[in-house]
Ligand binder design. Structure first.
Ligand code: NAI
Length: 446
């Protein structure tokens, strides 16, 4: 669905009027196209510790124009602020205020990325205060950035380094146009697992991926993105959506499986199809989901139970089958679609928010079970995404909802798909049990 307002105020008279009236001026976002440069200009790596030096050297091997000091008036594609050696809140001032002098020189759609250590691993109150301080700092800075620029952070758990495979994987994701609608978020690198791809444009080469709810909307977009990244894709949807499903399957040169995921034997059917048709199963994306909105005071058992059955109970049952299968043991990856409703709550969506909150709880508790096979499981929580579902929201409510984030626009299905493709790749193998929001830093309840 098109956002006519964004088109109108991005050029000419529309832009001048919006500026004079102080109206929101969303900027068209830089989205990944195969072959595009990773960032929009030089990358400034700031921080004085050995972690910053190691990171800067690693980025040089990506053929980036890496700087350790700002050159006045030069437009920067990204600022990476390495804060991995904080011992107290006073340590923040020097690196943060030095980085601040470069913020006026950011190119449009630039990136600011912090790399710091997780507060939960801190050895004492002062260290914890400094580390948690980075959280507040980054989230506020992301709200100050303009012109499509975003701010995101990478948190390192104990034992992981600034050059761990998934630190570099997360960094590449945040720098790139793949993360266009991810803003004000943190990704935690939980272990040294994972590896960098041989071909950065085909990180899923050789993998077989299953996407549920793929006949349309976000699911169809996920299928296309996984295919673009090199995977062989099995698309799953209910028999009633069979024609649309076949169209998507043909488009991605994959196969279709007509299946209601809430069936008792859904997990088994998915495994059998993938193994019989494609010889293996590496990635499962739980995208299928439904809404049956009603205020809780008016909620009936039918609405409540169907949402829980499709959105969370089916995922739990399918995961049980996957975990028990000898065909899902080689660095398996599961990615589930949650929702910001499950984090912040949404009026009229108690059933939906319970199911999506459930997805996030499930992901956290399943991570250790998959780790035994070098696997990972994560969730992506979309905010306002331009789909058939959000097109049905009345005009005024929709116009407000899509502006209520730091980027002042709705996301595209492809933005959710990019986050899922990243979490399904081996570059994210050291990230597990996490929830990544794709919401442009939604300002409500978060
Ligand atoms: P959609 O309604 O356009 O597509 C969902 C697909 O899932 C449909 O093709 C449907 O047939 C399929 N499906 C439903 N029940 C099924 C079942 N029992 N078995 C197999 N397939 C089934 O929805 P959309 O917007 O593409 O959403 C995809 C996911 O993203 C859902 O989990 C939704 O909750 C989530 N989401 C969407 C947001 C948005 O703004 N559109 C925001 C936050 C989350």
């Amino acid at each position: 669905m098109t956002d006519k307002y964004t088109q109108l105020v991005s050029r000419g008279l529309g832009r001048d009027i919006a500026r004079k009236l102080g109206l929101p001026q969303p900027v068209p976002l830089r989205r990944h196209q195969p072959g595009d440069p990773l960032v929009a200009g030089p990358v400034l790596v700031q921080g004085t510790g050995s972690g910053a030096d190691e990171l800067a050297s690693a980025l040089l091997s990506w053929n980036l124009d890496v700087r350790r000091h700002a050159v006045p008036k030069e437009k920067l594609g990204a600022v990476i602020l390495v804060l991995d050696e904080l011992s107290g809140p006073e340590d923040l001032a020097r690196p943060v205020l030095t980085a601040a002098t470069s913020l006026r020189d950011l190119a449009s759609n630039a990136r600011v990325i912090t790399v710091s250590r997780a507060a939960v691993d801190a050895t004492g109150p002062a260290v914890a205060a400094a580390r948690q301080g980075v959280d507040g700092l980054l989230r506020s800075l992301a709200k100050e950035l303009r012109a499509g620029a975003t701010g995101n952070g990478i948190l390192l758990r104990d034992g992981t380094r600034t050059t761990s495979p998934s630190t570099l994987g997360a960094l590449r994701f945040f720098l790139s146009g793949r993360s266009a609608f991810v803003d004000g978020q943190f990704l935690t690198v939980t272990s040294d697992a994972g590896q960098q791809p041989d071909d950065v444009e085909k990180p899923l080469a050789g993998k077989v991926a299953v996407v549920t709810g793929a006949a349309r909307g976000i699911g169809a977009s996920i299928a296309r993105t996984l295919r673009r990244d090199g995977a062989t894709v099995v698309v799953v949807d209910i028999p009633a959506a069979g024609d649309q499903l076949a169209t998507v399957a043909n488009e991605v040169h994959g196969t279709a499986l007509q299946l209601d995921i809430s069936r008792e034997d859904a997990g088994q059917r998915i495994i059998e199809h993938a193994v019989q048709r494609h010889g293996r199963l590496d990635i499962v994306v739980h995208n299928a989901g439904i809404t049956r909105d009603k205020l809780l005071a008016n909620m009936d058992p039918g609405r409540w139970n169907s949402v829980i059955a499709v959105n969370i109970a089916a995922q739990l049952r399918i995961n049980e089958a996957l975990l028990a299968s000898e065909h899902f043991r080689s660095s398996p990856r599961i990615v589930s679609v949650a929702s910001t409703s499950g984090i912040a709550g949404n009026r009229g969506q108690t059933n939906y928010a319970a199911s999506k909150g459930g997805v996030m709880g499930m992901v956290r508790a399943t991570a250790p079970l998959l780790a035994a096979h070098g696997g990972s499981i994560n969730a992506v929580a979309p905010g306002f995404i331009e789909t058939e579902m959000t097109a049905r929201i009345p005009f005024a409510t929709r116009e407000v909802a899509r502006r209520l984030n730091s980027l002042q626009q709705g996301g595209q299905p492809g933005d959710v798909a990019e986050a899922i493709a990243f979490l399904a790749s081996d570059a994210a193998g050291g990230i597990s049990g996490e929830v990544l929001r794709v919401c442009g830093q939604n300002l409500v309840g978060a």
